[in-house]
Design a protein. Structure first.
Length: 63
């Protein structure tokens, strides 16, 4: 898995933890953490797919 995807995945995990703590304390700031979770998960997905497509192109396949 690419390094940037791992970093984005770490941000996903930390965002979930921050959102849970924020909502548990009664703060609506957790919504910001949920939005950050969405963005970071999309970044992680992008880099995983990009690495897979780059590997397939290097092997000569189009998939």
């Amino acid at each position: 898995m690419p390094r940037l995807a791992l970093y984005a995945l770490a941000v996903c995990v930390l965002s979930v933890a921050a959102a849970v703590v924020s909502f548990a304390r009664g703060s609506w700031l957790g919504i910001i953490w949920i939005l950050m979770l969405g963005v970071s998960s999309n970044i992680a997905w992008y880099y995983v797919r990009k690495a897979k497509n780059d590997k397939a192109a290097a092997e000569g396949g189009d998939a």
